[in-house]
Ligand binder design. Structure first.
Ligand SMILES: [Mg+2]
Length: 225
């Protein structure tokens, strides 16, 4: 059995700027500033990490941001719901089909995403995914460190599915070197896709187990594992 964990942005869907705008609005509401958000690189980062980077110059450390996280999550979800219709959020090539085929084969699916937990389902629905297709998730509101999220997701899957799952049975699919690093930290297989925010050179250098142009190639490489 394989347990497949998907990143969201750049892997399952293209957010087309809605994440940056919802983050900006929620940060202004909760922290009074969005820092240098226009110049911020989001790819591969947890939202908690993003908040740390943008707010460090404004006197916020990770612990203080953690205290505000419930308020931030509420604000982010509200702003995201208000504006998402104005952005052409779309699924990545082959993503809906790959998820549908994995479900047809009875493989459990999960999410490891830098998105805060309140945002992830809004984005997924906008791109045509039902959040319920993913039996567990670990989110960027739960740790600033993406690597920790993989361990959280696996632990939740073991409890939810009531069976043992070894790290080497896990496949983490993502679009940045941070997703590959997250798979390595867990001892999982790393599948990287070029549909997101990293170049071929950068992703190759991260040495994933497989590097795909997009998810239409997913089932060509899965038998390799
Ligand atoms: Mg991503």
């Amino acid at each position: 059995m394989r347990f497949i964990l998907f990143d969201i942005d750049g892997t399952l869907l293209l957010p087309k700027g809605v994440g940056r705008e919802a983050t900006r609005r929620a940060m202004l509401e909760v922290f009074g500033t969005a820092g240098d958000i226009n110049g911020h690189h989001f790819g591969g980062k947890t939202d908690w990490q993003t908040l740390c980077e943008l707010l460090a110059a404004h006197g916020y450390d990770a612990a203080r941001i953690g205290q505000q996280m419930p308020a931030y999550e509420q604000a982010a979800a509200r702003h995201m719901a208000q504006i998402i219709g104005d952005f052409p959020v779309q699924p990545c090539p082959g993503a809906l089909e790959t998820v549908a085929e994995l479900r047809r084969r009875g493989l459990p699916l999960g999410l490891v995403t830098g998105n805060v937990s309140s945002i992830a389902p809004v984005k997924l629905r906008a791109a045509g995914f039902d959040p319920a297709w993913f039996v567990v998730g670990a989110y960027g509101s739960e740790s600033a460190d993406r690597n920790q999220l993989a361990f959280l997701a696996l632990e939740r899957a073991r409890r939810r599915l009531q069976r043992s799952i070894a790290p080497e049975q896990v496949v983490i699919v993502g679009d940045t070197p941070a997703d590959v690093a997250c798979a390595r930290a867990l001892g999982a297989q790393a599948v990287a896709v070029l549909t997101g925010f990293s170049s071929r050179e950068v992703l190759s250098a991260a040495a994933p187990d497989a590097l795909l142009d997009d998810l239409t190639e997913f089932f060509k490489v899965v038998p390799l594992f």
